[in-house]
Design a protein around this ligand. Structure first.
Ligand code: HEM
Length: 496
């Protein structure tokens, strides 16, 4: 019997204990909303009292939201959301499907978030920005922006103010501006582009970050008067062995991460924020993602990445506030005060050579990760949430979890206790010239210090057996300021 065989047997027995915090059963992220149609205008920011997305659950439009004085414009024009009806019909179809697909179908639906509730709206004005420990939604539209040549500090401030107001409206399920998509003057372009008109909030979160170039001095000029405010840690990530980075898919002055359970809602957010930025900033690169590759709450089932493995099992979860504080939020004294309560976002576009992987034996696939493909259990035994035992060996003395396995190399025990909150997405951007899927994992992680990512990625880049099947082609690091206070805007303390 090989080490891998022994591992599979051990894993199937399901013996050892669980990772602390992983089975607490807390349900702070549990969906409670009912589908609600998108509206225009009306009061924004109806979520008073929420101070932290670590502790506050999702807001439902029918719950904490203040009732608008007049019928919401979206409703008066169209009645119930067309898409909402499709969603309900879809849920019915899915329900029928459950009986046919059996347990595997149920798991897939839960993992994919298909059974999610489109009416969920997360509070925007919080201590920390939403979209970090918020239960990972199913869809992503991520965009990096560069400020326009000649843009001034005043342009940057006004852009952040405009984005803040727009993000607060969008995440509450409202259109942009006072008149939205259909109620403006007939001879002017509408304030909102309209493709999300009538759609529910779909759990949209908008998270904004600042790249190191925003703080740069260019040709002797301090671009936005921010050079002295740059955190020491906000510098380009080092070049890692094997990196094949495309500069056109890397870096950026600003970033916006829009996550939602409806792709149209996420795309609508980036499209409108980009439209608002016109003349001040433009998109440098962007990435669409589907099928979250992590769980950030114990209320979520673990999804699968495009290699077919459960991804997010050992992730930091919202229900571990002490770990989140220690590993994710920038603490007072870590750097400049404006970033306290924020985080650092690493984005890596990781291309997967799917075709090679698909010709690889299951034994090799499981050895690469050190976990079983079915249940996601460590090859040292147990079930999905059992801690891996890196000391256990097979009869021939070889470790059950290989030295070059991804899970061993990325585990905190091999990295001086370092952890990170992973929040990545699958992507398939068509195909390349050879007819191979242009597919991979858009890796996103949040950490208190960029060095947490660097330490783990260095170990992976040097030794990970998975390297044969992946290639890092894009990279960026952003400092994510804390949440905006009501009446203020994202990043305001940076300009104080
Ligand atoms: C295509 C790229 C990648 C794939 C397919 C992948 C896949 C996986 C899988 C299947 C697991 C085991 C399940 C889990 O605990 O989530 C895992 C764990 C993990 N991965 Fe990755 N990963 C990728 C890239 C990365 C990168 C770039 C990093 C960071 C530099 C990273 C850090 C981690 C960490 C910290 C764990 C948890 C280890 C533990 O505590 O047990 N991964 N990954």
């Amino acid at each position: 019997m090989t080490g891998a065989d022994a591992g599979r047997n051990a894993a199937e027995k399901g013996t050892a204990g669980s990772r602390p915090g992983s089975t607490t059963g807390s349900t702070t992220g549990g969906p409670t909303g009912t589908p609600a149609a998108r509206t225009t205008g009306g009061p924004t920011g109806t979520t008073a009292g929420a101070t932290s997305d670590t502790t506050s659950g999702p807001r439902t439009p029918g719950g904490a939201a203040a009732a608008p004085a007049a019928p919401p414009r979206g409703i008066s024009h169209r009645g119930i959301s067309r898409r909402g009806l499709f969603g309900l019909a879809g849920a019915g179809v899915a329900g029928v499907g459950l009986g046919i697909a059996g347990d595997r179908g149920v798991q897939a639906l839960l993992a994919a978030g298909t059974a999610g509730t489109p009416g969920i709206a997360y509070p925007f004005y919080q201590e920390h920005q939403a979209g970090i420990v918020t239960p990972a939604q199913d869809r992503l539209h991520f965009a990096a922006f560069d400020m326009s040549p000649g843009a001034t500090r005043a342009d940057l401030v006004s852009l952040l103010q405009d984005w803040t107001a727009a993000a607060a409206a969008l995440t509450a399920g409202k259109d942009i501006g006072q008149r939205g998509a259909v109620d403006g003057p007939y001879d002017s372009p509408p304030e909102d582009t309209g493709e999300a008109f009538g759609l529910p909030p779909a759990g949209l979160t908008i998270t904004v970050g600042f790249g190191s170039t925003l703080f740069e001095t260019s040709a002797g000029l301090d671009r936005f008067g921010l050079a002295s405010a740059r955190p020491d840690a906000l510098v380009d990530l080092p070049h890692f062995p094997g990196d094949q980075l495309d500069t056109a898919r890397s870096g950026g002055d600003l970033c916006v991460q829009a996550c939602a359970d409806d792709p149209q809602v996420a795309v609508h957010a980036i499209r409108n924020l980009s439209r608002i930025a016109f003349g001040r900033a433009a998109i440098r690169w962007s990435q669409l993602g589907f099928g979250r590759t992590s769980s950030t709450s114990t209320s979520q089932a673990t999804p699968r990445n495009l290699f077919g493995f459960k991804d997010g099992t050992a992730n930091i979860k919202a229900e571990q506030p002490a770990v989140v504080n220690e590993q994710v939020w920038v603490g007072a004294g870590d750097g400049p005060a404006w970033l306290t309560g924020g985080s650092y976002l690493v984005a890596r576009r990781i291309r997967m050579t799917i075709e090679t992987w698909d010709r690889t034996a299951l034994r090799e696939q499981e050895t690469v990760f050190g976990r079983t493909k079915g249940q996601g259990a460590p090859l040292s035994g147990g079930t999905e949430f059992t801690e891996p035992d890196f000391t256990s060996t097979g009869k021939d003395g070889t470790p059950l979890i290989a030295a070059a396995s991804h899970v061993r190399l990325a585990h905190p025990s091999q990295n001086k206790g370092v952890q990170m909150l992973r929040r990545g997405y699958n992507f398939v951007d068509g195909n390349d010239d050879l007819g191979r899927l242009e597919a991979g994992l858009f890796f996103i992680s949040y950490q208190r210090r960029p060095s947490q990512f660097t330490a783990v990625q260095l170990a992976l880049a040097r030794h990970d057996a998975m390297n044969e099947y992946v290639r890092h082609v894009g990279s960026a690091l952003f400092a994510v300021p804390p949440g905006a206070a009501r009446g203020s805007y994202l990043g305001a303390p940076l300009f104080a």
